[in-house]
Design a protein around this ligand. Structure first.
Ligand code: NAD
Ligand code: TYD
Length: 360
């Protein structure tokens, strides 16, 4: 039985992952370490908060003493079961915010990852560590570390050429993972997925932002001409891939996880409008697309070659974009209370800065 230290588990992908693992792997234990930034929300895990295999610790992955205590079993949350697997989701995750202020991205994404790696190295590889359970450190990364590609797709061997402060911080963390594997032999795996979407995504990201604006009768702000291409991955498909990597991935390796659903942004927004117009609860809406000032340094296209994870672990994405978007729209329609609670005044200030004042 595995005990997982999941970081950033109160965010979008982390909360979906925790729910998925508790359902798919009864008997496994999960300790969720999350700082609860603007993007972290315990409501995302309300349905599992009393699950016997789950516990929550509020804290920062940059806090060396806390991370060490959690991994060593000196912390009350891990005293009976020491984690043998770390899955690091914790991050500042929004490109647009990284353009406004890169500092928290460097702190959490780079320094925080190093703190986790160092604790794992000390406790798993240090003298006197005789725990026979196999160990694994899973770094949850992104296709954005490769930069933009006009044609073809990135493989795991493509060079890292990040363009946004967010992508640069994630690339730095990936390289630290590589270094800890090469230098110390720490068992580390890196997953690089394409753009996720689905339930519980904070409404600053493209898909939930468009759905919410349409519901509120606000314009749908598409950057530039909407020609940029992203490869969309339904969040549960990513959760399944990460679980497969935990169980069968090879330490020291990187695995691309692409959704196989490349679309121009304008196509995605139009598809959402179609879904809303066809839905009995929203057919009265008349969503208006508005082309707005482009994001600085906006990567034109992301595209992943996922042959490796398909060949080695037998993973393929299962959710077509249309079906995934329909499910997502339905979820946001059913969870307007959740949306209202996460859209705080902090979010409204952020929104005004990007969409009304234009990146200042
Ligand atoms: P998110 O912003 O929804 O959640 C991030 C979580 O991390 C939040 O719960 C937040 O409170 C927590 N957190 C932030 N700083 C922390 C710190 N210092 N210590 C502890 N917890 C902290 O992000 P997400 O979209 O769920 O992304 C999760 C991971 O997946 C990130 O590492 C991101 O880079 C990666 N990723 C995301 C996507 C995507 O499309 N969303 C795609 C590829 C990779
Ligand atoms: P986003 O969801 O922020 O993810 P990422 O920047 O990590 O790919 O954005 C997805 C795409 O949608 C990206 O090309 C930027 C674009 N976009 C808009 O056109 N308008 C918006 O309001 C947002 C948030 C994103």
């Amino acid at each position: 039985m595995n005990t997982l230290l999941v970081t950033g588990g109160a965010g979008f992908i982390g909360s979906n992952f925790i729910r998925f693992v508790l359902r798919e792997r009864p008997g496994w234990r999960i300790i969720n370490l999350d700082k609860l930034t603007y993007a972290g929300n315990l409501e995302n895990l309300q349905d599992v908060e009393d699950h016997p295999g789950y516990s929550f610790v509020r804290g920062d992955i940059c806090d060396r003493a806390l991370v060490h205590a959690l991994l060593s079993g000196e912390h009350p949350a891990t005293v009976t079961h020491r984690p043998n697997i770390v899955v690091n989701f914790a991050a500042e995750s929004h490109v647009d915010r990284s353009i406004l202020d890169a500092s928290p991205f460097v702190e959490t994404n780079v320094l925080g990852t190093q703190v986790l790696l160092e604790a794992a190295r000390t406790l798993w590889l240090g003298s006197g560590s005789q725990d026979p359970q196999p160990k694994l450190f899973v770094q949850v990364s992104t296709d954005e570390v490769y930069g933009s590609i006009e044609a073809g797709s990135f493989t795991e061997d493509s060079p890292l050429q990040p363009n946004s402060p967010y992508a640069a911080s994630k690339a730095a963390a990936d390289l630290l993972c590589r270094a800890y594997h090469r230098t110390y032999g720490l068992p580390v795996v890196v997953t690089r997925s394409s753009n996720n979407y689905g339930p519980y995504q904070f409404p600053e990201k493209l898909i939930p932002l468009m759905v919410q604006n349409a519901l509120e009768g606000k314009p749908l702000p598409v950057y530039g001409k909407g020609e940029n291409v992203r490869d969309w991955l339904y969040v549960e498909d990513n959760c399944r891939a990460i679980l497969m990597v935990i169980e069968s991935g090879r330490p020291g390796e990187v695995y691309n996880i692409g959704g196989g659903c490349e679309r121009r942004n304008i196509e995605v927004v139009e598809l959402l409008c179609e879904i809303l117009r066809a839905h009995p609860r929203t057919r009265h809406l008349t969503p208006q697309i508005q082309f707005v000032q482009d994001r600085p340094g906006h990567d034109f296209r992301y595209s992943l070659d996922s042959t490796k994870i398909q060949r080695e672990l037998g993973w393929t994405p299962a959710t077509p974009l249309e079906a995934g978007l329909e499910r997502t729209v339905e979820w946001y329609l059913d969870h307007q209370d959740w949306v209202r609670r996460v859209l705080t005044s902090e979010y409204r200030d952020y929104y005004a800065r990007v969409y009304e004042r234009g990146w200042r």
